[in-house]
Design a protein around this ligand. Structure first.
Ligand code: SAH
Length: 468
């Protein structure tokens, strides 16, 4: 290890920054966020630094720097664009045993600053020894996406209980197990959502109880339209913590692979004719599993509150007092529209968009046709494939022009997405000719015509019989 990582306490400590440009400004902000008492030496200051000086947040010495200037400071940063000046400052500081950094110049520095992920009080510092700062930044970007924004709250919350947990569990093993169950469980999710009041009550109850059974919860999570890249950070995190996952046919294998390896998987899919598990059975299964203290992940295609029966499922949980959370997902209409180059609204073509289900109820499609055939409106039909011919006929019968653009998008957003574009008149034939199968969405409206110009996601259509 070429550099020894430490975290330095700078609250109210005198620090010297030499330079008044943009680079110096970035360093000034960073040092100020750590509470440093900052003096800046520079003949001139960039406007924002000047404002900080004017408000008294930093002290400004408006002149060239001299070697004696470093005296008495705890930390020195040189950020001018003149290497000789930076060298002078750094050497003067080091001669007095003061740590000195020259921005982007490890050779002249006695310490280097890392790339930072700040979830204070949780802070992660990444360094490549000053050699490849861009790599450190890439690592940082990955960490930023993995570590929830709420982790700072969680760290603060947990540290408040440190002494009490220590007093409660004399044994280190027990203490670690307790913290793991807290930091990875529903209680932590609640803290990250900002609900510290109920989290605190539960924490106290768990510290007071003689044994500490983990409390279960259900996470109703939208997995998006199929492409794993379109998961939310929150969905991914909950997937990686789940004890058991309940999923249905819309959740494809690449998504399931992201669920924690040792989580139990239960398929509860519904095919239209062949109901694997009745909705009531799914509900009571979730109630039972969460009641056993499990973290239950109810993974749904798209968004759980858009034709996903999410409402029905959590009603059952609410009635039984089971804690739950809902994580939105990208609904397939948004996914299909984006990946087919069909803006759902457009100032010239559509001022509104309607999502409907084309699923038959009692043998007919019960839809509000006058509302659906309004001009300047896009209609997205979920579950409409088997009824496509009837749907198109009804659109025309209720006054839509037969030439109205219409599209079908199969397995939208995945590597096997296929799109067929036609009109209300030609769409049923296209669906047949291309053997479009479920899952597929139908989009009707003038915006569909934009697809030929705005479609950007082009995949070679698989040849018949090709393995894809
Ligand atoms: N909750 C889901 C919808 C469930 S209903 C969501 O928000 O997307 C099931 C219907 O969704 C399917 O019949 C199909 O019309 C549509 N669908 C889901 N995923 C799709 C995909 N990747 N491509 C096209 N349509 C999809």
């Amino acid at each position: 290890m070429e550099y020894f990582p430490i975290f330095l306490r700078l609250q109210d400590e005198p620090c010297l920054l030499v330079g008044g440009g943009e680079v110096a400004l970035r360093k000034a902000r960073l040092l100020r966020s750590a509470g440093a008492r900052l003096t800046v030496v520079a003949p001139q200051l960039a406007p924002e630094l000047a404002a900080m000086a004017a408000s008294g947040e930093i002290r400004h010495l408006p002149r060239e720097v001299a070697a004696e200037d470093v005296r008495g400071y705890r930390l020195v940063v040189a950020a001018t664009d003149q290497r000789e000046v930076n060298r002078l400052v750094s050497q003067a500081a080091q001669a007095q045993g003061i740590p000195a950094n020259v921005v982007d110049d490890p050779e002249l520095s006695s310490y280097i600053t890392p790339a930072i992920v700040d979830r204070s009080p949780l802070v992660i510092a990444v360094s490549t020894g000053g050699g490849v700062p861009v790599l450190a930044r890439l690592v940082r970007a990955r960490l930023e996406s993995m570590i929830p924004a709420g982790f700072g709250n969680l760290a603060r919350f947990a540290s408040r209980f440190r002494d009490r947990v220590k007093a409660r569990f004399g044994n280190v093993e027990q203490r670690r197990a307790f913290w793991e169950s807290v930091l990875e469980g529903p209680l932590a999710e609640r803290v990250m959502n900002g609900d510290e009041v109920s989290a605190e009550a539960e924490m106290l109850a768990r510290l007071a109880a003689s044994d500490t059974p983990p409390s279960g919860a259900v996470y109703l999570v939208g997995a998006g339209p199929g492409n794993p890249d379109l998961l939310t950070f929150r969905a991914l995190r909950l997937m990686q913590q789940a004890d058991v996952v309940l999923y249905d046919n819309l959740v494809a294998e690449p998504l399931l692979e992201l669920v924690r390896r040792d989580a139990e998987r239960i398929f509860v899919g519904k095919q239209r004719a062949n109901h694997t598990l009745a909705q009531e059975d799914i509900n009571s299964l979730m109630v039972r599993l969460a009641g056993e203290g499990k973290r239950v992940l109810r993974l749904k295609g798209g968004d759980p509150f858009t034709f996903g029966r999410g409402g029905e499922e959590i009603e059952a949980l609410a009635a039984q007092g089971i804690p739950f959370e809902v994580v939105p997902g990208i609904t397939s209409a948004s996914g299909a529209a984006a990946y087919a180059g069909i803006p759902l609204t457009h100032r010239d073509h559509a001022q509104s968009v309607v999502f409907v289900t084309g699923h038959k109820q009692d043998g007919s499609i019960a839809l509000d046709w006058p509302a659906l055939t309004r001009p300047q409106q896009t209609v997205v039909v979920y579950m409409g494939l088997t009824m496509a011919a009837e749907l198109c006929t009804e659109f025309i019968r209720h006054g839509k022009a037969a030439a109205t653009p219409a599209a079908v998008i199969e397995r939208a957003t995945t590597s096997s997405q296929r799109t067929a574009i036609g009109t209300l008149e030609t769409l049923p034939g296209l669906i047949q000719a291309h053997s479009i199968s479920s899952p597929a969405l139908i989009i009707v409206g003038d915006v569909v015509a934009l697809s030929s110009r705005l479609g950007w996601y082009r995949r070679a259509e698989p040849a018949p019989g090709a393995a894809d």
